[in-house]
Design a protein around this ligand. Structure first.
Ligand SMILES: Cc1cc2nc3c(=O)[nH]c(=O)nc-3n(C[C@H](O)[C@H](O)[C@H](O)COP(=O)(O)O)c2cc1C
Length: 353
């Protein structure tokens, strides 16, 4: 049975489907709707204080008794270089002027870490799963979370990264193919041109590690899910497909761009946040790539870009999306989970008949 395995049993899931954590775009209402269908809802904690993170988890618990994944992207604090900042501010000046946004601000910076406050909160509130992006935290934090009985996962973009995560003690690994929307989860410095697509990465990761592997990247319907299970996945993680759902906290400009997307409209660049991520191409990505200047370090670069979104123009918005964006459907998350299950079963039946 494709839907039952050690991973689903451990996390008490009816369906091996994860809604990807997507920062503030993954609302408690979205995660709850997914978990209420027996799949796994996720809350992204990018930029949230421990107090706000706890509030988001409480919002989920009010709406669902199902399992929850809480996600932390990890990165060190870095001091943006002043020449890089000035060059970037100058490049953005005409766009700010055209949208009457005033002077381009100076960047604000932060670190992405599981602080003592976040760790205390996690050990007290005990979400069923904690996931990381860009590697894993220090061994003592991983151990403390595991000792509390919480399941840990993180993303790998190559087999070498999958092996490194297994050595660091994760309970399962997300194989993130190059098709994926959002930030590349890479943490080993491997060049983008060397990172495999899901159809190449998934079976090689499954063969290399002994923990369950979750397939992510470009999955938007049951045919692709069936293929992932045939290749050895224990579960699938979908991000962009859930962005289309009415419960997702997505700006109108982003929704419009998703509706108008096609198979060849996304690209990976580090120019919007300082780290490589996949977006729907627009005038902003084209202009910053053409500038041939360096981005400010992550995530300070995003603090220079984010104000441009206020004007609501898709051409100057941060349109994170994967290569299957055009396969999305405007439905509730509950309908999406039901349809994905039904399509996967139909695809597997057709294969065997
Ligand atoms: C809008 C958006 C935001 C994302 N933010 C996060 C995040 O905060 N943490 C994380 O682990 N992954 C994040 N991801 C990546 C997903 O975990 C996953 O790898 C990806 O969505 C899979 O590809 P798909 O979008 O084609 O389904 C994000 C993806 C998208 C589309």
């Amino acid at each position: 049975m494709w839907s039952k395995n050690t991973f689903t049993e451990r996390l008490n899931l009816t369906w091996p489907i994860l809604q990807a954590p997507m920062g503030w775009l993954s609302s408690p209402a979205l995660a709850a709707a997914v978990s209420n269908e027996g799949a796994l809802g996720s809350l992204g904690m990018f930029g949230y204080s421990a107090e706000d993170a706890e509030r988001r988890i409480a919002g989920f618990r009010q709406q669902s008794g199902g399992s929850l994944n809480v996600n932390y992207p990890l990165w060190p604090r870095s001091a943006p270089r002043s020449e890089t900042v000035e060059r970037m501010r100058k490049r953005l000046e005409p766009h700010y002027a055209a949208k009457e946004l005033g002077p381009v601000p100076y960047p604000t910076n932060s670190a992405g870490e599981v602080t003592a406050e976040h760790l205390d909160m996690l050990l007290r509130v005990k979400p069923e799963m904690v996931s990381f992006h860009f590697g894993v935290p220090e061994p003592d934090i991983v151990q403390a979370i595991k000792d509390a009985g919480i399941f840990i996962i993180s993303s790998a973009t190559t087999v070498a990264e999958a092996l490194a995560l297994e050595r660091a003690g994760v309970d399962a690994i997300i194989a993130q193919g190059l098709e994926a929307g959002g930030h590349r989860g890479t943490f080993s410095g491997v060049d983008l041109s060397l990172q495999p697509t899901l159809v190449a990465l998934l079976p090689q990761a499954v063969d290399a590690v002994s923990v369950p592997v979750i397939a992510a990247g470009g999955i938007a319907d049951g045919r692709q899910m069936a293929a992932a299970f045939v290749m050895g996945a224990s579960a699938v993680q979908l991000g962009t497909a859930f962005l289309h759902c009415e419960e997702a906290n997505v700006l109108d400009a982003h929704r419009r761009a998703l509706l108008e997307s096609n198979d060849a409209c996304t690209l990976v660049t580090d120019m919007l946040t300082g780290r490589p991520a996949r977006y729907i191409r627009n005038r902003l990505t084209d202009d910053l790539i053409a500038a041939k200047i360096e981005p400010v370090s992550f995530p300070a670069q995003l603090s220079l870009i984010a104000p441009l979104e206020k004007a609501g123009d898709p051409e100057f918005s941060v349109l994170l999306a994967g290569q299957s964006a055009s396969m999305g459907r405007n439905s509730s998350a509950s309908t999406l989970v039901k349809s994905l299950v039904e399509e996967t079963e139909r695809s597997l039946r057709r294969l065997l008949s």
